[in-house]
Design a protein around this ligand. Sequence first.
Ligand code: F6P
Length: 458
Amino acid sequence: MKRIGILTAGGDTPALNATIYGAVERANALRIEIFGLPRGYAGLLDSRVPHVHLNPLFTAIPELDPYRGGTLLGSSRTYLDETNKDDLVLVAANVHKLKLDGLICIGGDGTINGMQPIAEILPCVLAPKTIDNDLGLNYIDEANEWDRHPIDGTPKFREELLRLRDSIELEDILNYATPGFATAVFVVVQSIERLRTTAESHRRVAIVEVMGRQSGYIALGAAYAQPDIILIPEIPINPEQLIARVVQLYELQQHAVIVVGEGVRNADGTELGAALPTFDPAGNVHYNGAADAIGRMLTNALGDNVFGEMRAFESGASSVFIRKIGHTQRGGRPILFDRFYASQLGGKAVDLLVSGESNEIATLQYERASGFRVGSISANKLRDQWGEIHPRTVHPSFYDAKRMLLSPIGIDYLHPIFTNAIGADDIENIRTQMFSAGSVRNRYQSVNTDIRKRFRIV
Ligand code: F6P
């Protein structure tokens, strides 16, 4: 193996540069060249084949900073469709032009679906990333439990996960946590702590929407901020139960904090945040409005009656406020847990290619006795019987639907990730950098400006 390509696809995370850095450092040790391809699969589909040599003389270029969020290669949701033969011919030609012996795709479930046809052209491995933490399986057979039902009168079908196991052990989980998730939760927890005190002062109900699509892991992680209620997409909302609990909380403490995963749904399966569905190029729905829908539900049900007494002279509607944490979750400096394991997984991806693997995923495994270790799994294990790879969802046993909070095993799941997730340098960085005098004096220096000077075309 002399030369490896690397790309970052899908929504970015704070830990992408750390993964690239881990791959480059490992490649340096093995005297392998690493070429970065811009903007995910879009770069591979460009006939000029833009690329950047990330380790000339087997030394990482200075723009590659593992402490910096985002990706110096850029990312996109451009999707590689295996039925489009022209695209695959173009990819094969571009791989040939660059003389690549292997490819590392850094991404999540969308990226690995896109990687499947490329793995027929050259050896490919996936280094995982996603703030949603939805890449992997709750247990080894889970992918075989997907079922399809035709939708009458259409060529479409409805997919259903049969969920044959009621309980799981933490050791069963394949790819326990994914780089990007811990930093996203770190941002969410800080935000909720800040929203809490203002909701408390003004006797309001704060509804905080977090990302994660159909998976409620980020909402679960929000538990560290002690919200009063957590709603996750995996467990349908029960409006009566929710309203009754908010009334109870409001009587007790004159405010409440509710965390809502953006993909939450009703008992009939309707996703509250997908009322006006718009989609990205990979076919993922853009969620927009789950927290607003819950807010309307509470205002209509409780309005001036319940809130009026405590908040005389103010309207019922102003008692509820909605905040979306939004893309803040995806940006900025990665915390220690993400940096450390992202770089390990990047290095593992190189090792997998060198040892002759293809269509393999580097994973982070956990055992109670020994902690985390880097491993791998064939992408095929994640495919259902029709070949599709689905996002992993939170196992229902992690959630206590009666309390609308985490179950004991849900709590156990979080601790290994978060107990030492923040490094002393993360705190020191805030102390020394946040109000640095240089920041006020100088313009922001974008990595895009510098890296562009290094890009070459063929
Ligand atoms: O998949 C990562 C993610 O951040 C989701 O949590 C979120 O729904 C989506 O990407 C947002 O995508 P976009 O970058 O298109 O706004």
